[in-house]
Write a protein that binds this ligand. Structure first.
Ligand SMILES: [Fe+2]
Length: 156
């Protein structure tokens, strides 16, 4: 790799940060794994990584949507549309069948990092805060048992 490419690549190699946490363990773990997959994008293995990424995105969106639905999150419909918009943008990006170049891999990584960070920090965070406010009345022991039950129902 040339020095110029290394410089070009650096800003888009985003690693998971604690600040990305939305406070729901399962979803935070999945978000973290998404960053790991984006970071692993590399010209030599891009097709396999993209396939893994798409599979994992589908699983993650479905888990996140299920968590929203089961907890009665009022902005579920709006959130579903954001996930659909993402799916259609990524499909548009992957449509051209003219092969991969280093630049195209970097473009994909930049797009994914930007989308993930903006989506998590705005919309998923909103859900995390709502979830904490509506499902975790901390001072009540019964509520805490209720919370365990809810988490079990969501992710069990
Ligand atoms: Fe989301």
């Amino acid at each position: 790799m040339t020095a110029a490419l290394a410089v070009h690549k650096a800003p888009f190699a985003v690693e998971w940060r604690e600040g990305f946490r939305i406070g729901i363990d399962q979803l935070d773990r999945e978000h973290r794994h998404l960053f790991t997959l984006v970071l692993a994008l590399d010209l030599g293995t891009v097709e396999q990584t993209v396939e893994q990424l798409l599979d994992y995105v589908v699983t993650h969106f479905s888990n996140e949507q299920e968590a929203m639905e089961s907890s009665g999150y009022p902005a579920l419909e709006q959130h579903l549309r954001l996930h659909e918009q993402f799916a259609s943008r990524i499909a548009d990006f992957l449509m051209p069948a003219n092969g991969w170049t280093e630049e195209r891999v970097q473009d994909l990584r930049r797009f994914l990092n930007k989308w993930l960070i903006s989506h998590i920090m705005t919309h998923d965070m909103r859900f995390g805060k709502w979830f904490a406010a509506h499902n975790l009345p901390a001072s009540d022991a019964d509520a805490s048992a209720g919370r365990a039950g809810l988490i079990g129902r969501l992710f069990g």
